[in-house]
Design a binder for this molecule. Structure first.
Ligand SMILES: Cc1cc2nc3c(=O)[nH]c(=O)nc-3n(C[C@H](O)[C@H](O)[C@H](O)COP(=O)(O)O)c2cc1C
Length: 329
C-alpha cells in the first residue's frame, strides 16, 4: 500500500526527466503543489561504482517526500544491489524501476523499454529489486509497448503485480513513438481496469480538464506530468486550484516568473558539483529556455540567452524583459 494513494487522494506526480528534474527543480514543483516526485533515472552499475556525482543526482530534501529514486539497468543482481545501496544511504520512500526509456544507449544495454520485449527478464529484475528492499515499496514505470504491433502494457502490468510491484506508471506512448504524437489513454485505462495495483497515468497532460477527465473516466489512481511542468511548474498549483474552485487562478506575472527563474538558477549554481564544474551558467541554458518557453517574447529571450554568461547577465536580461512587458503574465 502506498500511503499517498487512497480513495480520497489522487496524487499529481512530477515525471522523472533526465537533466531537468534535479532537486532544485523538484523543490520548485513541490512548492507549486506536486504531490509525489521521482528522481531522474540512474544506472544501477554506476550507483554500485559509487560515483559521487550520481548521489547528487538523486539528492532530495525532506519536504520533497514522498520521494522515489528511479533506477535502470539490465542485470537483475546489480539492480537489486543498487536498490539496497540507495535505500541504506538515503532512505527514499520508494524505488522506481525504469522500463520505459527509449534512448539508444539504454536500449543497447538491454535496459529501459528494451525489456518490454522480454517480460521474463523484466519480471526477474522487478522481483529481485522487490526482495532487496523489503523496507520500502517498489514501483515500475513502463510505456504501452515497443511499437504499435506489440502493445503489451496489460501483460506487463500483471507481471509487475505478480512479482510484488506496488504501483505501475504507464507512459501512453510506444518506444518507437518516442515523445511524438498523442499518448494512448485507451490502453492506460484498460490496464487500470485490469490490474489491482494502482496505475499512474502519464502522457500529454497539460491542464486541469485533462486531469478531471482521467479521474472521472478511468480507474487511474493518480497522474504524472512531464514536459508541461518544465515550462510551467505552476501547473500543479493551477490544476489543484481549478479542481477546487472550477476556474483557474491568475497566472504568475512576468516579474514573478523571472524571480523564480533567477532564484532557481542561483540555487542550481550553489550545488557542490555544479560549482566545481562550471564557471558560468551557459550549460544551464536548456533549463532556462524551458522555463521561459511559455512567456511572451520567448523567442527573443532564447536568442538573448546565447549571450548570458553569469547570473548577473541573466538578471539584466530579466530587467529588460520586465521593463518591456510590465505586469503581463
Ligand atoms: C528530457 C526528458 C527526460 C526524461 N527522462 C526520464 C527519466 O529519467 N526516467 C523516466 O522514467 N522517464 C523520463 N522521461 C519521460 C517522462 O518521465 C514522461 O514519461 C514523458 O515525458 C511523457 O510525459 P509528458 O507527455 O507529460 O511529457 C523523460 C522525458 C523527457 C522529455
Amino acid at each position: 500500500m502506498l500511503s499517498w494513494i487512497s480513495e480520497t487522494q489522487f496524487p499529481l506526480y512530477l515525471a522523472p526527466m533526465a537533466r531537468f528534474t534535479d532537486t532544485v527543480f523538484r523543490q520548485l514543483c513541490k512548492e507549486q503543489g506536486a504531490d509525489v516526485m521521482v528522481t531522474e533515472f540512474v544506472q544501477a552499475d554506476a550507483i554500485i561504482r559509487g560515483d559521487d556525482r550520481l548521489w547528487e543526482t538523486v539528492d532530495f530534501t525532506e519536504t520533497q517526500r514522498p520521494m522515489g529514486v528511479q533506477i535502470f539497468g539490465s542485470n537483475p543482481e546489480s539492480m537489486a544491489e543498487a536498490a539496497k545501496l540507495i535505500y541504506h544511504k538515503i532512505q527514499p520512500d520508494f524505488i522506481d524501476i525504469n522500463f520505459g526509456c527509449p534512448a539508444d544507449r539504454v536500449i543497447c544495454m538491454d535496459a529501459g523499454s528494451s525489456l518490454l520485449r522480454n517480460p521474463q527478464k523484466l519480471a526477474l529484475i522487478t522481483q529481485k529489486v522487490v526482495n532487496a528492499v523489503p523496507e520500502i515499496p517498489v514501483t515500475v514505470k513502463i510505456r504501452i509497448g515497443w511499437d504499435d504491433r506489440s502493445i503489451n502494457a496489460t501483460e506487463i502490468g500483471h507481471i509487475a503485480e505478480e512479482v510484488g510491484a506496488q504501483a505501475l506508471t504507464i507512459h501512453g506512448r510506444t518506444k518507437v513513438q518516442g515523445y511524438r504524437g498523442d499518448a494512448n489513454w485507451e490502453v492506460i485505462a484498460e490496464v487500470a481496469e485490469s490490474i489491482k495495483i494502482p496505475v499512474i497515468g502519464n502522457g500529454s497532460i497539460t491542464s486541469a480538464s485533462d486531469v478531471l477527465q482521467i479521474k472521472n473516466n478511468t480507474k487511474c489512481a493518480g497522474i504524472m506530468i512531464g514536459r508541461a511542468a518544465l515550462g510551467y511548474p505552476w501547473i500543479f498549483r493551477d490544476i489543484k486550484y481549478t479542481l477546487k474552485h472550477g476556474t483557474p487562478p491568475n497566472p504568475p506575472s512576468i516579474k514573478e516568473r523571472w524571480e523564480t527563474i533567477i532564484e532557481f538558477s542561483e540555487n542550481i549554481m550553489a550545488r557542490k558539483y555544479q560549482k566545481e564544474r562550471h564557471k558560468d551558467i551557459k550549460w544551464m541554458r536548456p533549463k532556462i529556455i524551458a522555463l521561459t518557453k511559455e512567456m511572451k517574447g520567448s523567442r527573443k529571450i532564447r536568442t538573448e540567452l546565447g549571450k548570458v554568461d553569469q547570473i548577473q547577465d541573466l538578471k539584466e536580461l530579466a530587467e529588460l524583459h520586465i521593463a518591456h512587458y510590465g505586469n503581463d503574465s
